[in-house]
Ligand binder design. Structure first.
Ligand code: ATP
Length: 249
């Protein structure tokens, strides 16, 4: 039986004037994979993410999610298709409690004008939010203001919020950035558990090599907007092109 393709990117190109930020990138991600997207600074990772997620219009190329073209789709359209994302910069609301942040994220994903006007004020999401809090073991912080949490705890909250879409696909932009070692282990363990329990597909941009190598099932390496290597973490570690790209970067 063939494994379903969740994300398919074909010939993606994004030029900023003379800068070829992404230059003819094609790849597929199968259901349940944890794909790492790595590369030196300025290699095009964020630009590629933003083209996939409809935050930047590509110069050319196509993106399909679950076999459907998402050309011209905006972030909220992708949410409705079950695509979640986290940002390099945290996107929690500091003046709202942990549970309120998670409910709010769920409303963004599931809410319609009708349910917002006439449905329950929590859109029936409190139960799911409690489950998500439990999963990320944030229960003791449930009613704390998000702004009072440690940076690592806010990163966990950010992930919990992205998962409220019940997404089939989550794009994580530097989830390990600025997170201490203990919290990092914990975050990785939770992501792997979520992946195994729900079959969720992840695409992860990450600079922390240890984290990405132990989290991902496959890695794609970008340099100067092009894919220079693709394979299992142990092969990527030993790949001379990759070593050269990092040393030269
Ligand atoms: N809005 C923009 N206008 C002009 N050039 C841009 C723009 N965004 C990105 N670039 C350029 O495109 C190239 C790729 O940048 P991008 O941010 O995608 O790389 P990255 O791999 O995500 O880098 P980092 O790891 O530092 O986040 C760089 O040369 C960058 O300067």
């Amino acid at each position: 039986m063939q494994t379903e393709t969740v994300l398919s990117v074909k010939d993606m190109t994004k030029h900023f004037g003379p800068i070829k930020a992404v230059n003819g990138v094609s790849f597929e991600v199968k259901k349940g994979e944890i794909l790492g997207l790595i590369g030196p600074n300025g290699s095009g990772k964020s630009t590629l993410f933003n083209c996939i997620l409809g935050q930047l219009a590509p110069s050319s190329g196509t993106v399909q999610i679950n076999g459907k073209s998402v050309a011209g789709a905006q972030a909220h359209d992708l949410n409705r298709l079950g695509v979640g994302r986290t940002f390099q910069q945290l996107s929690v609301f500091p003046q709202m409690s942990v549970i309120e942040n998670i409910i709010m994220a769920g409303q963004e994903h599931h809410g319609t004008m009708f349910t917002r006007l006439f449905g329950k004020s929590d859109a029936g999401l409190t139960g799911a939010a409690e489950d998500m809090i439990e999963f990320f073991r944030l229960g003791h912080l449930r009613d704390e203001m998000a702004g009072s949490l440690s940076y690592g705890q806010q990163k966990l909250l950010d992930a919990a919020m992205a998962f409220m879409a019940g997404p089939g696909l989550v794009l994580l932009d530097e989830p390990a950035g600025g997170v201490n070692l203990t919290m990092l282990q914990y975050l990785k363990e939770r992501l792997i558990t979520y992946n195994r329990e729900h079959g969720t597909t992840f695409v992860v941009i990450e600079h922390n090599m240890e984290f990405v190598m132990s989290l991902c099932t496959r890695i794609i390496v970008l340099a100067e907007g092009e894919i220079i290597a693709e394979g299992a973490p142990e092969d990527i570690r030993a790949n001379q092109n990759v070593i050269d790209a990092y040393l030269g970067g």
